[in-house]
Every structure is written in C-alpha cells, then in structure tokens.
Design a protein around this ligand. Sequence first.
Ligand SMILES: Cc1cc2nc3c(=O)[nH]c(=O)nc-3n(C[C@H](O)[C@H](O)[C@H](O)COP(=O)(O)O)c2cc1C
Length: 254
Amino acid sequence: MTTDAKGRLDVIGEEIEDTKIASGLQVMNHVRSRRSIREFTGGKIPDEHIELILEAARYAPSPENMLMIRLIVIRDDQDTKEFLADIAQENARTVFGSAPFELTSGRNWYIEDEFRAAVFSRLREGELFRYPERSDTVIIVCASPAWHDATKLYPNELFGSVVAGMAVQNMWMVASAMGYGCGYEALICSDSRHTQLFRDILGIPPIWTPLTAFCVGIPISKRHLGPSRPPLEGIMYDERWGKPYERIAFRKKE
Ligand SMILES: Cc1cc2nc3c(=O)[nH]c(=O)nc-3n(C[C@H](O)[C@H](O)[C@H](O)COP(=O)(O)O)c2cc1C
C-alpha cells in the first residue's frame, strides 16, 4: 500500500481508483433510484433487517456528535399505526382537497394516463397517505434544538432537523438497497392539534419535536419513476449567487 503526497492511504494506483469511481457510481445509482413508497403489502420484515436500518440512523453526522434525535420504533402497535394513518389522511384532505387536477397532473407525469385520475382522487381524498397502517415499521423521528448536557439552545435551531434528515436518508438508502420501501410521512405533523394527540399517546416530551412518521415496509411493486428533479442549472450557481452553473456537457470546448 502506498500513500499520496498528503499522506493519505489507499491510493494504490489507477486500477483501484477506477474501482472506487465505479463504487461511487453504484452509490449514485442507489441515490437516483430511491423512491418514496406509499403502498405496502402489510407483510412482516425480519427483525434483523429492521435493526440494520435503524443502525444506519446512528451513523448520521451531528454537531459534536450529539445526535440530538430520538426515534420511536413502532412495529406491534397497530392501533397507533391506524391512528397515524387517520391523522395523515385528514391533514391530506385539508392540503389537497381543493387542489385542481391540472396542478398535480404535471408533477405526476410518470403515472400512466389511464391511472392518473385515480391517483389524483386518492391524493385528494387523502387515502394515498394512509400508508403507516400497512407499514411493517413506523419510526417517529424527533429532533431537539437543545443541548442535553447544558441548559442551552443550539446556536442554529435547525441543527436538530438537519441531523434527523441525515439519519432518515441513511435509513432510506439502506432500506431501499435491501429492496424495502420507505415513505416520509410529514402530514402527521402538519397541524399541531393532531400532533399533540399522538405526542400524548407516545409520551413525547415538549422539548422534542416530532418531524415525521418514517415508514418502512414491503412495497406492493417496485417504482422506478418519480417526480423529475430540476437540472443542475436550476439549483446550482457557479462561484457567485445568480451565475448559473453550467454542466460540463454544455460548456464550449476551448
Ligand atoms: C421534509 C419532507 C417532507 C415530506 N412530506 C411527505 C408527506 O407528508 N407525505 C408523503 O407521502 N411524502 C412526503 N415526502 C416525500 C416527497 O413527496 C418525495 O420525496 C418527493 O415527492 C420526491 O419523490 P421521491 O422521494 O420518490 O423521489 C416528504 C419528503 C421530505 C424530505
């Protein structure tokens, strides 16, 4: 094994470098093909698999490695899963109940024409969001803006949510690579009166904020397509705000 000029190990020549790029591309494929899954069979996932997915959350980076998140793992309590499904459906009705078909059908370009109206109706009725009840595991992810070893708030109150996001993404990547489906159900938190109801049931103290019911289950079918992302030019700037980033493929050759 050799080291490079900066003393880094693992730089063993081009062949290995190529292998590393190839594994980077493989990770990228997982990133690209991860989807939100909202239809589960209701089947069981082995405990060891769920624990591996939970383990991924532990590896989220966090300020001073404080991991200011707490995850409530609900597997057996079907009543609570159904209650969360009720809340999600009711909030979805409020959010999407009056959404015009035209507004959502463009976003849902990947759904075949013959099914699009039915999906729209499930969206508007909120039925699409009842998936906690068919998930194997519902993980209530809670974040906190507080230091737990001092009576202080983090200077950036969003830190807790950032860490929660990283933990969720870690779990999502591992679960989808294993062939399981995940859905990020934030609708349970979109009305504080509903949130208070399940806070009471689950015993979540006021200092902790539940962000999502992250659902893991066996997907009814594999979804390859999903909502399009804007191109790089749509969300990246080049060196300064406002100067669009230009993809290599679009740059003029010198
Ligand atoms: C912060 C956040 C909130 C979300 N809220 C919900 C939600 O309440 N219900 C839901 O079904 N999906 C929710 N999603 C999933 C998004 O709708 C989904 O990621 C997006 O449409 C892109 O689709 P994809 O995940 O299949 O690529 C949420 C995702 C994030 C990151």
